[in-house]
Each structure stands twice: as structure tokens, then as C-alpha cells.
Design a binder for this molecule. Structure first.
Ligand code: HPA
Ligand code: ZN
Length: 317
């Protein structure tokens, strides 16, 4: 089933094997005995407990080649699971804040994206996310830096620790990004309340909501998302692993889909959450009993919710 992946953090595709490989190449010592020791620590209690390991893990990424290797590994795995188009998030501030230049990240990632269609059969676009827990002023400075490379990204997003960092705080930087012609997305309603989803829609004016699952707690909001056909990029395995839902069989995604919201299925941080996008499809089929027609609809939604121009969507239908 051809599909687009719309919610994938490239730094979250960093597999433990590559962490060790890059640490060795860059002369870094890791505080883990081996790959199994590291993977054994991927037991999360909430979003923050994941973010702590996520930001530590990416510390081995120093050179353009590190980012190229990471991106090539993701594209290889995604292609094997039927991804034909990927809109890939990256976190500029997670690198610039530790002395790795934005150019290093962009040059490295783009070296893999450049021939991705030919090598992997996957078209791509990049979305730069602001780290909400570093505040709106730093997000504005990050946008300034990004605008020097405007042609290299299709849009901006908002991620990292959600609670206490509402979308409305980022009204100005999103408004500027919009004026620059960038597309807008934001994580909202993953751990945070439905109110944050309202703000993503009404204050930021996003094209899609990332996660958005807590919208299910607000009937009026569910009606709004369905009426305006606002896509949600749902990440089922992530939601279970970060304990945003108790179990996959109790996930609210059938309720959101039944209400008429365009739902897409995504992997979020596949190395940390135990599966790539095809694994997410397989798990929801098994645990939620979706039939082929329903699964196909999620795949079709992903193409329609993408930022691909109409002329390029045909390839994916
Ligand atoms: N939520 C918020 N920020 C993130 C995530 C996530 O699931 N993954 C990487 N950064
Ligand atoms: Zn995410």
C-alpha cells in the first residue's frame, strides 16, 4: 500500500547501532555497555522521559556525514514499509544549542534526500520544528536562521515538552513563517489538553495537527476538525510507549476516524517506539481490528494531507 509519512522526527530514527557507530567515528565514549544495554533503557513513563534519551542520543551527530547516514537508514527502512513520500521533521535547536551548525544538519540530511527518489523511490520534504520548551524568543531567532535557507524547508512545526508550553506562545513566529510562505504544523493534544489543539487551529492556523488525540475529550473540537477536514498525524505506537493511551486496543483513533476527521498513521520516533510506519499499520490492524478498506483510507488520507502539489500526488494513488 503506497503511503506518505507526515510525522517522523529524523533524530528519532537514530537506531542504537548507529549511535554506537557514530560515537566510535567521532571519538565519543557512551555511558552504555553495548547496543542491548542502550535499547533496554527505552522504557518510558511519559513524553519527558523519552525526550531525555532522545536529546542524549543525538549528541553523537556531529558531522554532515552523520546526518546523511541517519537519513539514509530512515529512507531505507521507510521504503521497505511502503512509504513513497516523507515529510521529515528535524529539530534545528537541538543541534545549534550544542554547537552543531544549521548548515551541517541541512547539508548532511539533504545529501541523502537529493537522490532519494531514484535510490529509495521516496520523495521528500523537510519541516523544521521549534522546541517549545526553549521558548518563543529562541524560536524567532531560529526562524531568522532558517529564512537564510528558506528554499530548503517546506514548513515549520512545534515539538518537544508540551505541557506548560501552549501553542499561543508561538503566535508571532508562526505568523512570520506564514508570511514567508511556509506551511505550518504543530504538535498539540499529545500530552497537552484539547485547548492546545484549539490554539494550534485558531491562533497558529496550522494546516495539520500532529498527534491531536486529546481532541477526543472535546466534542465541539472533534466536530470542528471533521468539518474543516483538518488532518491529524496520529502515531499509535508512540502513544502507547509514552503512555498517552493505556493500550493500543483502547486507542481513540477509531472514534476520531468515525467522526470524519482525516486520520493519518505515522511512526513519530521509530527507533525509540518499536516500529516504522508499516509496523504501526500492522499493529492497529491487529489490535483495533481495522479491515483493508479502513487501512487503505488512512494511506489515502496521508497522500491528501501531504504538502505535495496535486501534479505529484497521482504517483501515490
Ligand atoms: N512529541 C513531542 N516532541 C517530540 C516527539 C514527540 O512525540 N518526538 C520528538 N520530539
Ligand atoms: Zn512527534
Amino acid at each position: 500500500m503506497p503511503k506518505a509519512e507526515l510525522h517522523i522526527h529524523i533524530e528519532g530514527a537514530l537506531e542504537p547501532e548507529l549511535i554506537f557507530d557514530r560515537a566510535r567515528r567521532n571519538g565519543l565514549t557512551l555511558p552504555y555497555a553495548d547496543v542491548d544495554d542502550l535499547r533496554g533503557r527505552y522504557q518510558f513513563t511519559d513524553l519527558q522521559s523519552f525526550l531525555d534519551l532522545y536529546y542524549t542520543g543525538m549528541n553523537v551527530l556531529r558531522t554532515p556525514e552523520d546526518f546523511t547516514a541517519l537519513t539514509e537508514e530512515y529512507l531505507t527502512r521507510a521504503a521497505r514499509q511502503g512509504v513513497r513520500h516523507a515529510e521529515i521533521f528535524f529539530d534545528p535547536q537541538a543541534h545549534t544549542s550544542r554547537g552543531v551548525a544549521l548548515e551541517t544538519v541541512l547539508d548532511g540530511v539533504e545529501a541523502a534526500l537529493a537522490d532519494s527518489r531514484r535510490r529509495f523511490g521516496v520523495s521528500t520534504a523537510l519541516i523544521a520544528c521549534f522546541l517549545r520548551d526553549r521558548g518563543p524568543e529562541e524560536a524567532e531567532r531560529t526562524l531568522d536562521e532558517l529564512l537564510a535557507h528558506k528554499h530548503r524547508v517546506i514548513g515549520v512545526g512545534l515539538d518537544s515538552a508540551e505541557l506548560g508550553h501552549p501553542p499561543a506562545d508561538f503566535a508571532r513566529v508562526f505568523s512570520r513563517a506564514r508570511q514567508e510562505g511556509l506551511r505550518l504544523v504543530a504538535h498539540a493534544g499529545e500530552e497537552g489538553p484539547a485547548e492546545y489543539v484549539w490554539q494550534a487551529l485558531d491562533v497558529l492556523g496550522v494546516d495539520r495537527v500532529d498527534h491531536g488525540i486529546r481532541a477526543v475529550e472535546d466534542t465541539e473540537l472533534v466536530r470542528r476538525l471533521a468539518r474543516d477536514r483538518v488532518p491529524l498525524t496520529v502515531c499509535p505506537l508512540s502513544n502507547v510507549r509514552l503512555r498517552c493511551v493505556d493500550s493500543l486496543s483502547e486507542h481513540c483513533l477509531p472514534r476520531l476516524a468515525d467522526a470524519g476527521i482525516p486520520i493519518t498513521i505515522n511512526s513519530d520516533d521509530p527507533s525509540y517506539f518499536g516500529g516504522y510506519v508499516g509496523d504501526n499499520f500492522a499493529e492497529i490492524e491487529r489490535e483495533l481490528g481495522f479491515d483493508t478498506t479502513a487501512l487503505r483510507e488512512f494511506a489515502v488520507n496521508s497522500v491528501e494531507a501531504s504538502f505535495l502539489p496535486e501534479s505529484e500526488r497521482e504517483r501515490l494513488r
